[in-house]
Design a protein around this ligand. Structure first.
Ligand code: CA2
Length: 150
């Protein structure tokens, strides 16, 4: 069975407890439950993790990349700073979709730069938990380069 990794960075364990105007009311467990149901319906297995430590994210990305398994990555604030995460993606060829709950481009200037985007397959930001779902659907969808069909 195909495995998709969903990796979450620092402070995302606080989701649903503070800053609802920015991050909504869903908890990380809520997001995991929704994604697991969608993945299961497509016969895909989900590994869902969160860490406040940069090195954990590096290790998990390396393992996924070496296994040829795709990653949905919300690196939290490390998005804006982490050359180590960028190098883990580039160094293992991991297929990564970068996601953000908030629209980082509509926020403070320091959130406008991502160290990850240049080595990501795609970026989805601003849709709350739906950002994760859209990323999962992008990985599940067959590659399409023709016109959209109804
Ligand atoms: O919008 C996103 O998903 C972010 O990756 C979230 C990060 C932030 O540093 C990025 O710029 C954008 C922060 C996650 C912290 O989440 C909290 C949730 C509730 C309360 C406090 C923090």
């Amino acid at each position: 069975m195909t495995t998709i990794h969903v990796l979450n960075g620092p402070n995302l364990n606080l989701l649903g407890t503070r800053e609802p105007a920015t991050y909504g009311r869903a908890t990380l467990a809520d997001i995991e439950t929704g994604l697991a149901a969608l993945a299961g319906a497509h016969g895909v297995s989900l590994v869902f993790r969160q860490s406040n430590h940069e090195g954990d994210l590096v290790t998990w990305i390396q393992a996924a990349g070496q296994a040829g398994e795709p990653v949905i990555l919300n690196a939290g604030a490390y998005t804006h700073t982490s050359i180590a995460i960028r190098d883990a993606i580039a160094g293992t060829g991991a297929e990564v979709i970068e996601v953000h709950l908030s629209n980082v481009h509509a926020r403070e200037p320091f959130r406008h730069h991502s160290a990850i985007s240049a080595v990501a397959k795609g970026v989805i930001a601003g849709f709350g938990p739906l950002s994760y779902e859209l990323a999962l659907r992008a990985l599940l969808a067959p590659a399409a380069d023709g016109p959209l069909t109804a």
